[in-house]
Design a protein around this ligand. Structure first.
Ligand SMILES: NC(=O)C1=CN([C@@H]2O[C@H](COP(=O)(O)OP(=O)(O)OC[C@H]3O[C@@H](n4cnc5c(N)ncnc54)[C@H](OP(=O)(O)O)[C@@H]3O)[C@@H](O)[C@H]2O)C=CC1
Ligand SMILES: CC(=O)[C@@H](O)[C@H](O)COP(=O)(O)O
Ligand SMILES: [Mn+2]
Length: 380
């Protein structure tokens, strides 16, 4: 039986993870739940799944939770609380569905405790991929991708020889503004940016999808997960989000994983791997679907993707800075403080001012993350 802790249980991935778990109760025991400030939903989840540990963002929220759960449940808070749920609740599998580089320290704590990781939180790998992957190897724990593209690639690589990979082809929907010109992007609204054409997701990743920063984060995530150089990771536009990604092999064969857009499929695969079990997703009917489209990616139209490749190729703390500047800029855009196009300007400014530290320690990474946040917060 998998003893599971879900970090970010009240979010889009977190709730879908619990949905998957609730359909196969004989396979799983939920030992820990961690969330931010959505206490009503967290309590509802606690009543259903009966975890032994619960963490919330603020200490001030602890008492309300304590008053509504059995006395033996341990209630904690903050980043320390996240790490405790990840490492002390007895989980042998931790789903990291937090948003942002906040997920890094609790993911590392789970690895130290020897738990396998179901990783949705791509920012963790973008911030400190070398540390996370190295520590996972040393501890003998598996990092199972939840992100749909990486799950697709992982499935295409099943049983294959890594030496036979020619390139990964990551698909991108194009996001909410894919039919707009650069000029039209000057005046777009938050409300419109939050309308993803194919997926219903949390606000941050939906904005990332519109700027194409999401694909940049995913290219860097793929670099760490699959150990390939950036020249072997390509992105193509695929507006339908049916082909979740592809792998081209040296013999010219291309393997792809297809399905209707439903995150419960990759979430479930990360939980049941190497087994496959029935899922609640609606089956893909290619006859009804009819046509699939693919278009070349234009890095001038999507500077955030260009900047991500540049940061990835620079290595060191450059990707930490790419991520942190993006996180701050997206939060500011969502609060109405800056325009949509100022997101890419913020990232470009932070990267241009940063001197990347090669092979950084955790301390150097946290310092670069902090520095980029301060720079991005005061830009314009
Ligand atoms: N949504 C999707 O379909 C996909 C998401 N991903 C990735 O998965 C990750 C999660 O995305 P998504 O589920 O959309 O995000 P959401 O915004 O929907 O959920 C984020 C979760 O993190 C919690 N959280 C936020 N801040 C804190 C904090 N300071 N302390 C503790 N918990 C906190 C939230 O709690 P609360 O709400 O209670 O405040 C919530 O449970 C991201 O890295 C994203 O890129 C990848 C592929 C697809
Ligand atoms: C569902 C998922 O994995 C998201 O990260 C998705 O990739 C967003 O879609 P696009 O970034 O392709 O618009
Ligand atoms: Mn994705």
């Amino acid at each position: 039986m998998k003893k599971i802790a879900v970090l970010g249980s009240t979010g889009s991935i977190g709730t879908q993870t619990l949905d998957v778990i609730s359909r196969q109760p004989e396979r799983y025991e939920v030992v820990g739940l961690a969330a931010g400030s959505n206490v009503d939903l967290l309590l509802e989840q606690a009543r259903q799944f009966k975890p032994k540990w619960i963490s919330v963002e603020e200490r001030a929220l602890e008492d309300r939770i304590r008053s509504e759960v059995p006395a033996d449940v341990i209630v904690v808070s903050g980043e320390t609380g996240l790490k405790q749920v990840a490492s002390e609740a007895g989980a042998n599998y931790v789903v990291c569905a937090l948003v942002g580089s906040l997920g890094l320290t609790s993911t590392l704590a789970a690895i130290e405790a020897g738990a396998d990781i179901g990783l949705a939180n791509k920012e963790t790998l973008v911030t400190a991929g070398h540390l996370v992957m190295q520590r996972a190897r040393e501890k003998g724990v598996s990092i199972l991708p939840v992100d749909s593209e990486h799950s697709a690639i992982f499935q295409c690589l099943n049983g294959e020889n890594a030496k036979a990979i020619k390139r990964l082809i990551v698909t991108a929907s194009g996001g909410s503004f894919r039919d707009l010109s650069r000029d039209q992007l000057k005046n777009v609204t938050v409300e419109d940016a939050l309308k993803h054409p194919n997926w219903s997701m949390g606000a941050k990743v939906t904005i990332d999808s519109a700027t194409m920063a999401n694909k940049g984060l995913e290219v860097i995530e793929a670099h760490w997960l699959f150990g390939l150089p950036y020249d072997q990771i390509d992105v193509v536009l695929h507006p339908e989000s049916i082909v979740h990604s592809m792998v081209e092999f040296t013999d010219t064969s291309v393997m792809a994983q297809l399905g209707n857009p439903d995150m419960r499929v990759p979430i479930q695969y990360a939980l049941t791997y190497p087994e496959r079990v029935a899922s609640p997703a609606s089956p893909l009917d290619l006859l009804k679907q009819g046509t699939l489209h693919f278009r070349e990616m234009n890095l001038e139209r999507y500077p955030c993707l260009r900047l991500a490749y540049e940061a990835g190729r620079s290595g060191g703390t450059a990707t930490t800075v790419f991520n942190a500047a993006n996180e701050v800029a997206v939060a500011r855009f969502l609060r109405g403080e800056i325009s949509f196009l100022a997101i890419e300007d913020t990232i470009e400014m932070a990267l241009s001012k940063h001197s990347s530290v090669p092979s950084p320690t955790l301390e150097a990474i946290l310092e670069a993350d902090d520095w980029a946040r301060t720079e991005a917060a005061s830009y314009r």
